[in-house]
Design a protein around this ligand. Structure first.
Ligand code: HOZ
Length: 434
C-alpha cells in the first residue's frame, strides 16, 4: 500500500480544485449528509480503508456491484488473466458470447442481450429500442425511479396526466422530455388514467421493480400486475430497470421474485448493470428476439460503443456470475441481509426511534418512518436531519452506509456474522443518541 500523507480533508480540498464538487458522481460529495467524503485507499472483503487508514464496514459495495465483496480471489485472477491478454480490442471476443449466454440463462425473459458500459447507456439505448420497435414516442416512468442520466429520463412529474414532465436538470430542453410521462409509484388509478389518455402513443413503461433510488420501495403485486396487463393491452413494452436489482435481489433478478407470486410474469425488456460487471464498467439490455433484431446492424435502431463488451470487464462479470450461481449462495446472502435488517429494527425499537426496513437477497433499505413508504412523496417525509445524525454516528463507528436517505444499501457474501453484529452494536449506540 502506498504511504499516504494526505487526509480526507486535504484530498477533498485538492479534488475540489480540479473536479467539480471534488467528485465524479454527485452523491459521493456528502452534500446530503454534510461533512468530508472518505477517500478510499483500498478495499478487501466487506471493508474499505480511507486515506487516513481508518477501516469501514462497507454497505454500499460500489452501489451494488460488489456482491462477492472486494478482491474476491477468483474474480481477481480472471481480471488479471484477461488484462494480460489485452485491455480492449474494438473487435468481438468469445468472452462476450459467454457472458451473454450466462446472462440469458439467469434472466430467461430475454432471448438476446447487448452489452454496453454503464446503466445510463443501457437504459437510454433500451428506451430508444422500445421506441424504434413500437414506432411510438411516449414513455411512462415513475417519480423516485432513476434510470440513469439520459436527457429524456431526467424528469419530474408535471401538473397533470395530459401535461408533460419538467426537466430535473439544467441543460435539458423541455422539448426533450415532452414525451416522458411521470406517474406516482404504486398508484394504480393514475396508471390506468395515463394508459387511457396516451394508449397507442405509448412505446414503453420503464420501472425499477424494487426502487433502489428511493432507498428500497417495492412495486406492490397488484400494481405490478396492472403494469403488465396495461402494457400488453395497449401494445407498450414493459421495461424492467434491474440495474440495481439484477442478480442482486435474487439470481434471476427482481423479475423472478415477481414471477414467484405472479406465475408466468415477465417483462418485455430488461436493463442490467452493476452485478453483471462485478465492479467493472459493464451493463446490458435485452428482450425477446423480435425486439432485439431491430437493433443495428440487423435493424434500424442505432447503438454502438468503443468499450462495449470490454474483455477485462466481461472477464470480471463472468467470474462474478460463476460465483453467485454456486448452490446456496443466495440463501446465505439473503439470510445475512435479513439478520442485518432485523438487528437494525430491534436496535431502533429499543431506542424508541420510528423505523421501518425491508430487504430482498443482498439489497436492503430502511426509513426513519414507522411504516414502509409506497412512493417518493412519502420517502421524502423521512426526517433527514435525524438520518444525517445516524449516518455520521455510524461512520464514526466504522460503518459506511449510503450517504443519502434515498439510497439503498447492499450486503455482500464477504460480510461475516461478526460484521453484522458490530454494525448492529454501533446502531444500538447511535439510535440511543438520536
Ligand atoms: N447512481 C448512484 C446512486 N444511485 C451513484 C453512483 C456513484 O456515485 O458511484
Amino acid at each position: 500500500m502506498t504511504p499516504n500523507t494526505e487526509t480526507n480533508d486535504s484530498l477533498f480540498a485538492r479534488a475540489q480544485r480540479v473536479i467539480p464538487g471534488g467528485v465524479n458522481s454527485p452523491v459521493r460529495a456528502f452534500r446530503a449528509v454534510g461533512g468530508t467524503p472518505r477517500f478510499v485507499q483500498r478495499a478487501q472483503g466487506a471493508c474499505f480503508w480511507d486515506a487516513e487508514g481508518r477501516r469501514y464496514i462497507d454497505y454500499i459495495g460500489s452501489w451494488g456491484p460488489m456482491i462477492l465483496g472486494h478482491g474476491h480471489p477468483a474474480v481477481l485472477a480472471a481480471v488479471q488473466a484477461a488484462a494480460q491478454e489485452g485491455f480492449s480490442f474494438g473487435a468481438p471476443t468469445e468472452r462476450e458470447i459467454e457472458l451473454a449466454e450466462a446472462i440469458l440463462e439467469l434472466v430467461p425473459s430475454m432471448d438476446m442481450v447487448r452489452l454496453v458500459s454503464s446503466g445510463t447507456e443501457a437504459a437510454m439505448s433500451g428506451i430508444r429500442l422500445a421506441r424504434g420497435a413500437t414506432g411510438r414516442n411516449k414513455i411512462i416512468k415513475f417519480e423516485g425511479c432513476y434510470h440513469g442520466h439520459a436527457d429524456a429520463l431526467l424528469v419530474k412529474a408535471g401538473s397533470g396526466l395530459a401535461t408533460f414532465g419538467n426537466p430535473t436538470s439544467a441543460g435539458v430542453p423541455p422539448e426533450v422530455v415532452q414525451h416522458t410521462i411521470v406517474l406516482e409509484y404504486n398508484n394504480i388509478e393514475m396508471l390506468e388514467q395515463a394508459f387511457a389518455v396516451h394508449s397507442r402513443d405509448l412505446a414503453c413503461l420503464v420501472i425499477e421493480p424494487i426502487a433502489g433510488n428511493m432507498n428500497f420501495v417495492r412495486a406492490s403485486l397488484p400494481f405490478m400486475q396492472r403494469c403488465r396487463e396495461l402494457c400488453t393491452q395497449h401494445g407498450a413494452l414493459l421495461v424492467f430497470d434491474e440495474v440495481m436489482t439484477g442478480c442482486r435481489v435474487a439470481l434471476g433478478s427482481a423479475q423472478s421474485v415477481y414471477a414467484r407470486a405472479l406465475p408466468g410474469f415477465e417483462p418485455d425488456m430488461t436493463i442490467l448493470g452493476k452485478v453483471i460487471g462485478g465492479g467493472m464498467p459493464l451493463a446490458a439490455f435485452g428482450a425477446r428476439r423480435a425486439v432485439m433484431q431491430q437493433l443495428a446492424p440487423l435493424g434500424p435502431v442505432y447503438q454502438a460503443g468503443t468499450l462495449s463488451g470490454n474483455p477485462v470487464a466481461t472477464a470480471c462479470g463472468l467470474a462474478t456470475l460463476r460465483e453467485i450461481r454456486k448452490p446456496g449462495f443466495f440463501e446465505a446472502l439473503s439470510a445475512r441481509t435479513r439478520s442485518l435488517v432485523d438487528g437494525l429494527t430491534d436496535a431502533a425499537k429499543a431506542a424508541g426511534v420510528p423505523f421501518s426496513a425491508d430487504c430482498e437477497g443482498g439489497m436492503f433499505g430502511f426509513f426513519l418512518l414507522p411504516e414502509l413508504p409506497q412512493n417518493y412523496a412519502r420517502v421524502m417525509q423521512s426526517d433527514s436531519a435525524r438520518f444525517n445524525r445516524l449516518f455520521h454516528g455510524m461512520l464514526e463507528r466504522g460503518v459506511y452506509l449510503a450517504p443519502a436517505l434515498y439510497e439503498a444499501g447492499f450486503v455482500s457474501a464477504a460480510h461475516t456474522d461478526a460484521d453484522i453484529a458490530a454494525t448492529v452494536d454501533a446502531a444500538r449506540e447511535v439510535f440511543r443518541s438520536l
